[in-house]
Design a binder for this molecule. Structure first.
Ligand code: SF4
Length: 702
């Protein structure tokens, strides 16, 4: 006999529905859920092979482990002993150094319920805002930009808009590899509608460019100049929405003044593209009835990430292409539940239900609601700041859940030094693979994706319920259960949840009356409807709200969208004679983050098996580098040793490294973050992964 379960893919933010059949022997068979509105049965290579990561139990952490002294090996202990130790150390540190001496570093792969409990615990009971997520590394620039332009962090459109658009501008993203099912919908829309025009801007000619009517192969860091130039052409051609600008937006005059400062020809030279291609792109946008802008890390992961986002959103605002079918600025989230984390305020500068950390009455409300301690007005340490604070002693202890900072953080040696210096490190993980584990004083085994129930929210605000399909392995437990155990050991009240649904009920109650209102939701509704989109108010009977701002009223005090103006110069590390090339890092099609899951699936290694550096033929020639040669990619911070992949699809002067690899045991020579810089966007605190000055040279055996 076979049991059938529905769930959601736990890789990217597309949020595809999955069906799993389990037989009596516990063998799982997986297929795309034909009834799920996101993927309609389709799955990409990663999603299709997800069940292998559950069935392969060889690398699982099975029981808590602990060491009393950094010089001694860790030993198996009971759950109670492990949690008691963490509670004792956290209590001592908090008493001695204050609540800001401890921190939680969580993951966009946590379920919403887990995020909620972690946030409540740190902000509402420990009394610090030191909780941040690895989502800081991928979409915090978009969060800030949405808030600045639209008044709140709110994705205006939905995936169904893809089929209704007649122009899609993909800026700084490669969805064909990183959001594959979404891209298949774009491909199908293009096949069905030859009038649909696709514009891609990217320094690399990626797989997504194969669909492009125009590829703007810009120089890294010039996105704002490019967006401004298109804005200028739209204004000059009269292809803007005067009514929208007059009645529903602020700031147009300053924007117009700003974009007019640079001629299109000058902008084209700065960006390294043809002015005629800018004209072509602007013409596609100008004559479209439905215009979507779509972006991810190419804009977000930048020292000017928020402004890059705003400059793209401006194109939707000046053309009035927002709040109507087939249009809108659409930030694609990288992780499966980055959006759920935002809903519950799982970042150091947010409060639950999108309430405002800077607002005293919001903090007071949250304290009353949770019944804990007063909430600090100070923004907590963000992802990279946590590791800097461990390094200089401001932070004493860190609890890392479901993320591998030793590979994923920029200039990763900082994280490595930080974990060596930390007084106390807790790592909560499913696998014994992540490099970060070696620094753990306590290791807590967590239940994997299919071993717990809860919810996730995808890029289009769609909440899907995930079934528990199989029991957790060994003594592994769901993250929320672990955190509640700790909270109770600390003597905190309000963590006696009998079931994850009770956490969810508390979370949605908090959202009532806010723009992210989900007060009409509970597990029964989510199970019955399969998935819905927020807002979902009490009186809601349908499937939630597909689009926001259909009344053209925004969440700003004036109810108008804000067109922001700013200069276009890049603030990244500049190339020098010693480091003349620009490094950009990113993902490949069949691997996910630091490979702790996808690295277990042999089929996925067939696509690309090893780390490499992509380099232009001219750059390779001047350095006497041939295909597959072993080379060193160097920056002032360190080096990476990988094979060269010579390709004319990357701009001359730019090199690309995938971010997935990074084995410490192999002296981490293939870890891209050995050489990335640790500059941050001043507003979003998102790192500048797309721009570091490097040199490439043939590897010489010592
Ligand atoms: Fe999973 Fe994303 Fe692939 Fe869908 S597109 S199957 S969510 S990895």
């Amino acid at each position: 006999m076979k049991e059938t379960f529905t769930t959601t893919c736990c890789y990217c933010g597309v949020g595809c529905g999955i069906k799993i059949q389990k037989d009596n022997a516990g063998t799982l068979q997986l297929s795309g859920d034909e009834d799920h509105p996101v993927n309609k049965g389709m799955l990409c290579s990663k999603g299709m092979n997800l069940h292998y990561t559950v069935m392969d139990k060889s690398d699982r952490l099975l029981f808590p482990q602990m060491r009393y002294n950094k010089n001694r090996p860790r030993q198996r202990v009971s759950w109670d002993a492990a949690i008691e130790r963490i509670a004792a150390v956290f209590s001592t540190l908090i008493k001695k150094y204050g609540p800001d001496s401890v921190a939680f570093y969580v993951s966009g792969q946590c379920l919403t319920e887990e995020y909620y409990v972690a946030n409540k615990l740190m902000k509402g009971f420990i009394g610090s805002n030191n909780i941040d997520s690895n989502s800081r590394l991928c979409m915090s620039s978009a969060v800030a930009a949405y808030k600045m332009a639209l008044g709140e962090d709110s994705v205006p459109g939905c995936y169904d808009d893809i089929e209704l658009a007649d122009c899609i501008f993909v800026s700084g993203a490669n969805p064909a590899w990183c959001h594959p099912i979404l891209w298949r919908r774009v491909e199908a829309a293009k096949a069905a509608n030859p009038n649909l025009k696709i514009i891609v801007s990217d320094p690399r000619q990626t797989q997504s460019c194969s669909l492009a009517d125009v590829h703007l192969q810009l120089k890294p860091g010039t996105d704002i100049t490019l967006h401004h130039a298109i804005g200028r052409i739209l204004i000059e051609n009269g292809d803007i929405d005067f009514d929208f600008i007059k009645n529903h937006a602020e700031g147009f005059k300053d924007y117009q003044k700003q974009v007019m400062q640079r001629s299109v020809e000058e902008a084209a030279t700065i960006c390294g593209v043809h002015a005629s291609d800018l004209q072509k792109a602007a013409a596609y946008i100008g004559r479209s009835n439905g215009f979507i802008t779509m972006w991810t890390m190419g804009l977000n992961q930048s020292v000017i990430g928020v402004n890059k986002n705003l400059s793209l959103i401006n194109l939707n605002l000046i053309t009035g292409q927002i709040g109507k079918p087939g249009s809108g600025p659409f930030s694609l989230t990288g992780q499966p539940n980055a959006m759920g984390g935002r809903e519950v305020g799982g970042l150091a500068n947010l409060l639950a239900a999108h309430k405002n950390l800077g607002n005293a009455s919001d903090r007071e409300f949250m304290q009353q609601f949770w019944g804990g301690t007063s909430i600090s007005a100070n923004t907590g340490y963000t992802a990279t700041q946590m590791f800097e604070a461990l390094n200089d002693g401001r932070l004493k202890a860190i609890w890392i859940m479901g993320t591998n900072p030793l590979v994923s953080l920029p200039n990763a040696r900082i994280a490595e030094e930080a974990l060596k210096k930390a007084k106390f490190v807790v790592v909560q993980e499913i696998s014994n693979k992540p490099e970060t584990l070696q620094y753990a004083d306590v290791i807590l085994p967590a239940a994997a994706w299919a071993e717990k129930e809860g919810t996730m929210t995808n890029s289009e605000r769609r909440i899907t319920y995930l079934n528990k399909i199989t029991d957790a392995l060994g003594e592994a437990r769901p993250d929320a259960e672990i955190l509640c155990h700790f909270a109770k050991k600390m003597g905190f009240e309000g963590f006696d949840y009998a079931h994850p649904s009770e956490i969810y009920d508390e979370h949605v109650r908090l959202t009532e009356g806010t723009h992210v209102d989900m007060s009409g939701l509970n597990y029964s509704i989510l199970k019955a409807k399969r998935s819905v989109q927020w807002p979902y108010k009490k009186e809601e009977k349908g499937l939630g709200q597909q689009r926001l701002f259909i009344d053209r009223k925004f969440y700003t005090p004036s109810q108008k969208a804000i067109i922001h103006s700013f200069e276009d110069s890049n603030k990244s590390e500049q190339p020098s004679p010693a480091y003349p090339l620009i490094l950009t890092t990113g993902r490949i099609r069949d691997q996910w983050h630091t490979m702790s899951k996808t690295g277990k699936v042999n089929k996925l290694k067939k696509h690309i098996a090893n780390a490499y550096v992509e380099i232009h033929p001219e750059d390779a020639k001047t350095r006497k580098i041939k295909e597959n040669d072993l080379v060193l990619v160097k920056s002032v911070r360190g080096e990476v040793r990988v094979n060269a992949k010579i390709s004319a699809s990357i701009r001359e002067g730019v090199v690309f490294l995938p971010m997935h690899w990074g084995k410490i045991l192999n002296r981490d020579l293939n870890r891209a973050n050995n050489i990335t810089n640790n500059l941050l966007d001043p507003i979003s605190k998102e790192p500048d992964f797309k721009f570091s000055a490097v040199e490439v040279a043939l590897y010489q055996k010592p």
